[in-house]
Design a protein around this ligand. Structure first.
Ligand SMILES: [Zn+2]
Length: 162
């Protein structure tokens, strides 16, 4: 079974407790709960004849995004020592670029913030010369967490980027 499917079925992380995730510089451990997660993973490949997509070729069976938003109530002491104040904040926003293509690394970005508006900003892609963009999976995540967290709902409703 593929990892994202399992993750979506694991409802225990939606309850308050100690959570361990892998960040860009190793483990991040905190007390809190998962507010929501989405993925662009698709259980099929968009290329024939070859096992993996070429570099730059889009295939959501080979490379996909995963987004998660956690509420953090307490940071583990070891994480605090390792990361300093980097992960002090009410919300933890994870953007992972997953890959099954050999010799490619999983991209891990984890940011902490107290600001609901910044949560939206962290899920917004800004590339020089392009209009700011929110991917379908990130927009779905904001819609999902808006049902649970009133502050995030307000930030999402008042967003500038559509
Ligand atoms: Zn593929």
């Amino acid at each position: 079974m593929n990892e994202p499917t399992q993750a979506l079925q694991d409802t225990s992380r939606f309850r308050n407790g100690w959570i361990n995730i892998i960040g860009p510089r190793g483990p991040i451990t905190f007390k809190g709960k998962l507010l929501g997660e989405t993925t662009s993973f698709q259980d099929r490949h968009m290329h024939e004849g070859r096992r993996f997509a070429d570099r730059g070729q889009r295939c959501y069976g080979c490379r996909w995004s995963e987004y998660k938003i956690f509420i953090v109530t307490e940071l583990d002491q070891r994480t605090r020592v390792a990361y300093g104040t980097d992960y002090d904040g009410r919300y933890l926003v994870c953007s992972f670029g997953q890959t099954v293509v050999p010799h490619e690394d999983v991209y891990r970005r984890v940011d902490a913030t107290n600001s609901p508006a910044e949560v939206v900003e962290l899920l917004t892609t800004r590339k020089y010369g392009h209009k700011p963009n929110i991917t379908a999976a990130a927009a779905r995540l904001m819609a999902r967490v808006s049902d649970i967290d009133r502050d995030l709902q307000e930030a999402w409703d008042n967003r500038v980027v559509l």
